[in-house]
Every structure is written in C-alpha cells, then in structure tokens.
Design a binder for this molecule. Structure first.
Ligand SMILES: [Zn+2]
Length: 276
C-alpha cells in the first residue's frame, strides 16, 4: 500500500536543504511522498526566526525541485498587506497549494477571505490548521471548525481542516456535513472540504475520532487524508511508524473497507492537491 504524508513542516530557518536525507528517512518510515509546507510567516516568531517572503518561497521550492513525490505548499499569512501578490508569485513559481494557521484572525476575516478567493481562483487548495493550537496565545476562537463555515463564500475552494480539529472532532464532522449539503444546494460552485487526520488527537481519542469520521454516514471515502506533522529537517521515523501502525490497526479493527483505507493513506492526497 502506498502511504503519503499530507503534513510535513519546514521549520528551521537556515537549515541546509537536503531532500535526499528526507526521502531516505521517509522511506524508512514507509512513507513515499507528501506535502512539504514552507517555513512559517512572520506571525510565528516563536517557531523560528522570521524569514522574508522570497526566501521562504525559494526554500520550499529548493526542497521539492526534481522531487515529484514532494509537493510544495506555501504557508501564507492571508492578512499580510501583500498577500494577494504573494499568491500570484507562488502560483507562477509552481507552488501547488497553501497552508494557513488562523492564529490572530478568524477564517472569515475580510483580508483573509480576499486572499482565499485568489487561491481558489488559481485552483490551488488550502490546508488549514484546525483544533486547539499550542501557541501560548488566545487562539481557540479562530480554530473551531464552525468558524470555517465562512469558506462557504469562497467558490470552488478545496480546503482541508487538519488534526480532525481535536478536541472538536464532532464539530468538524458536522461541518463536513454542512459543506456536503451546500454542494447539493449550490452545485459545483460550492467549496469542497477534506479532513487531514494529522495528530492532533491524543492516543486514547484516536479510535473514537476515526470511528466517528468514517462511520457517521457522510461519504468521506475520497475526502480524508493521512498526515503526520513531522519536520522535514529531521523526519521522525520512529514516531511516524507508530502512528502509521496505530491507524492501520484501528482501521482494520473498525472494518473500514480496503479501498477506503487505501485512499485514506495514499490516493486522496492527489484529489486534495489537484481536485477530482
Ligand atoms: Zn502542523
């Protein structure tokens, strides 16, 4: 079975670019490729020293050049005054999608919405953080799944909410249903929601969250993607193997059908990046 990781971070400004080492470590973990997220924007100085836009763009492209299994996503702060211009430059340069963490603005913020519309018009997806955010700041109100209903006003956007929005997994599943219903009301103009299961969920919540996600009754077969949240600079083989094995055994125990499991671990990544 092919396994891909939809959620790999570049997190260390100034670290050497070494996709060979990353690929080797991913292979050891049983992962054949995935989405590589650029260094964070200036609003996350506690993660790594802020790096200017052109350097962050160049850096993620350097890591993914001649690496067809690694898909470059640019982590954008959609409220920055030149965000729309950043989107245009990223798309031109070959960025395949965008990452957003709403740490100081709501998803429906008017500046952010303008940026999201540009991303949707360019046919690129957005991977959002969702769920509690370990940032030492007041940020939960921005990251609850229901807040992402705002995206109903971004036609044709493909987006994923990460971490099954833990601890608001139930709310996330309801919001997934809401976007499905919107599609039945609005047709092809409606945004399409995906769920990124990157932990997130502490171990004792995992089976319960996956059970509800796969068995509530919504057609999630092509809308759930597996991710791990490792750092590209030092991909954690041991931790990745544990989570991969845990999910495999939970899906087997829950009797998730093999085609759905296969799509979850691999095939849905392409659906998220490129559309159906
Ligand atoms: Zn992450």
């Amino acid at each position: 079975m092919i396994v891909t990781d939809c959620h790999i971070h570049l997190m260390t400004a100034g670290a050497p670019c070494d996709p060979g080492a990353l690929n080797a470590r991913m292979q050891q973990a049983g992962i054949s490729g995935g989405i590589l997220l650029s260094l964070p924007p200036a609003a996350f100085p506690f993660l790594t020293p802020p790096t200017a836009f052109p350097r962050r763009l160049e850096n993620v492209l350097d890591w993914t050049r001649h690496q067809p299994a690694l898909h470059p996503f640019f982590w954008i702060d959609p409220t920055e005054p030149d965000a729309v211009e950043q989107v245009a430059q990223c798309v031109q340069a070959g960025i395949e999608g965008f990452k957003v963490i709403c740490n100081h603005f709501a998803p429906g913020d008017s500046r952010a919405m303008r940026t999201f519309r540009c991303i949707a018009s360019a046919g690129r997806p957005i991977l959002f953080h969702s769920g509690i955010l370990w940032d030492g700041m007041v940020s939960s109100p921005f990251n609850r799944p229901a807040e992402f209903e705002a995206l109903l006003d971004v036609p044709r956007l493909r987006f994923a909410l990460a971490h099954i929005a833990w601890p608001w997994c139930d709310e996330l599943i309801a919001v997934f249903g809401k976007f499905l219903n919107a599609a039945s009301l609005r047709g092809s103009e409606a945004p399409v929601m995906f769920v990124d299961t990157t932990p997130g969920t502490p171990e004792i919540y995992r089976e319960d969250a996956l059970h509800k996600l796969f068995f509530t009754g919504y057609p999630v077969e092509h809308r759930v993607v597996f991710g791990l949240d490792c750092r590209a600079e030092n991909y954690d083989v041991h931790w990745s193997r544990i989570w991969l094995e845990r999910d495999r055994s939970i899906l087997a125990k829950l009797k998730v059908d093999p085609a759905t499991a296969e799509a979850y671990f691999g095939g849905n990544l392409d659906r998220f990046i490129k559309g159906d």
